[in-house]
Design a protein around this ligand. Structure first.
Ligand SMILES: C[S@@+](CC[C@H](N)C(=O)[O-])C[C@H]1O[C@@H](n2cnc3c(N)ncnc32)[C@H](O)[C@@H]1O
Length: 255
């Protein structure tokens, strides 16, 4: 896609800068000015190229390519073929992860996102990447959508830059995970702090329980800089790739 040019100004403020709460003043080509917050995805996706400009050009995000290469390496190490992967891309946004997966040669990608603006931006900027794209809340799926997702027989799930921060909570992660077939691949990233003992989000406990109970067979965990924060601080994430062994039981989801 052609990326239009933008001018970005940080509003004057002396407040502590918190990931996701970063505020920007964006001036578009046509002179229009937007005052937005980093996690106002709906507003950002409405403007073609703005998500790419903000997070990729300006804040050096590289997660879709990191997840793609970690997944490719794991699949290759088991002498499997990317072209066999039927991927469920969770929190798909405007399709940047789907685009990476399609260029890596996967069989198909189906996306899901909670907001309509994500699906509209994907259709506008990356048409044809997703075989299907659902606008749904994973924790409240209508039964017909649930059945469609089961019928897809996914053997891979990707989830990039969408865990925590009022995005996808642990129980929604578990719902998505349970759509993947046994021995299916799982590739996601998660903020380093959410994997620490001090974590309050529930992800650290869930991942530890999944690993210890053999629900996931961990293949790789790479610590890398997901993106920079507005003040230039590196935001470090783990890129995790594993193979699903079993569904996550309901009792584990509520812990
Ligand atoms: C930072 S964007 C990441 C988009 C894409 N994965 C990427 O890496 O470019 C996070 C996305 O998660 C979506 N999201 C947040 N909560 C969600 C939920 N409960 N179910 C599905 N998607 C959700 C948001 O709407 C947003 O599009």
């Amino acid at each position: 896609m052609d990326v239009p040019s933008f001018r970005l100004d940080d509003p004057d403020n002396s407040c502590e800068i918190v990931q996701g709460e970063e505020r920007f003043i964006i001036t578009c080509d046509n002179g229009e000015t937007l005052n937005i917050r980093a996690h106002d995805y709906g507003e950002i996706y409405k403007v073609p190229g703005l998500y790419e400009y903000l997070f990729y050009e300006n804040y050096k995000c590289k997660s879709p390519t990191v997840i793609r290469s970690e997944l490719e390496a794991a699949v290759e190490s088991e002498n499997q073929d990317m072209s066999r992967l039927k991927v469920f891309d969770v929190g798909a946004g405007n399709g940047m992860v789907g685009e990476e997966l399609v260029s890596a040669g996967v069989e198909k990608v189906v996306g899901i996102d909670i907001i309509e603006e994500a699906a509209l931006a994907t259709e506008r900027d990356r048409p044809g990447i997703y075989a299907d794209y659902f606008i749904e809340d994973l924790t409240r799926l209508p039964s017909e959508v649930e059945q469609k997702l089961i019928n897809e027989s996914f053997n891979c799930m990707t989830l990039v830059a969408a865990l925590g921060f009022d995005d996808i909570p642990p129980h929604a992660f578990a719902e998505a995970y349970n759509f993947i077939s046994e021995s299916g691949w799982v590739a996601f990233n998660i903020k380093e702090e959410f994997c620490s003992k001090k974590d309050q989000t529930g992800f650290s406990k869930l991942i530890e329980n999944m690993t210890q109970s053999g629900i996931i067979d961990m293949k790789s965990q790479k610590l890398y800089t997901h993106r920079l924060c507005q003040d230039g601080t590196p935001l470090n994430y783990f890129a995790i790739v594993g193979k699903k062994q079993e569904d996550i039981p309901a009792a584990m989801i509520s812990t």
